[in-house]
Design a protein around this ligand. Sequence first.
Ligand SMILES: Nc1ncnc2c1ncn2[C@@H]1O[C@H](COP(=O)(O)OP(=O)(O)OP(=O)(O)O)[C@@H](O)[C@H]1O
Ligand code: NI
Length: 260
Amino acid sequence: MTTLAAIDGLTVTYRRAPAPALSGLSLDIEAGEILAIIGESGSGKSTLARAIAGLLPEKTTIAGRLTWPGLDGAPRAGRDIGYVFQDPGSSLNPVLTIGEQVGEGARRHLGLDRRAAVAEAVRLLARVHLPEPQRIARAYPHQLSGGQRQRVAIAAAIAARPRLLIADEVTSALDVLVQAAIVDLLVELVRADGMTLVFVTHDLALASGIADRVAVMAEGRLVELGPTAEVVGAPRAVETAALVAAHIDLSSPPLVGEAS
Ligand SMILES: Nc1ncnc2c1ncn2[C@@H]1O[C@H](COP(=O)(O)OP(=O)(O)OP(=O)(O)O)[C@@H](O)[C@H]1O
Ligand code: NI
């Protein structure tokens, strides 16, 4: 297996924060894997995701190393890494058409002219299974449902054909059926293109349904990392065990690795 990104001793302290949000975190991301990052609210999942993508705010103190053995050099923002946020309403520009914003990445990074970029946008909108992609390309974000907007955000994130896609709680604002469809879409896209997916969620069931490996975070530290079935079936960290137990208490569908 090729290592796409190697994180070594990463410590992140936000400006004026009393304590680091990430403390000495080490983790390799393998090329082509689906890696889920789970943990309670405030455990540092989004901080890790943003650190990997180079999206931490200015004046954040960052120590440790992040290297990219799987890339030719440092990743280019928006090109080598695609990022999908929780709320597509805030990541999409309300005054640009869907086609303009999805085509923008292709125009900038793949050197397409305006016409070609619009055609590429329509192709991408079809890839994320939006009905009538030609019509949607001419629409504005407010004319779409939340699930459709999230599909648009995914199309925009993959427009420059990134090696790594980071999805941070991309389904938590959606209802359950739409959640499942969006997760299926992400898996379909990363498998088809050989992309690597970092899937951030507080939902262990959602993570265990798709991930090759699961990383469990607590209080800014990595407390467990392993193949999904092992982590879920035989948790070693108390924090993982608590997440599994909380899931069973909710009597949701069985997790991977549980006896049914
Ligand atoms: N921009 C920021 N400035 C200061 N502190 C921050 C900032 N963003 C996050 N934090 C703090 O860093 C810690 C980790 O937050 P982070 O958002 O990474 O957690 P998370 O696991 O993604 O949580 P959630 O599940 O709620 O999204 C928390 O204590 C949070 O309050
Ligand atoms: Ni978060």
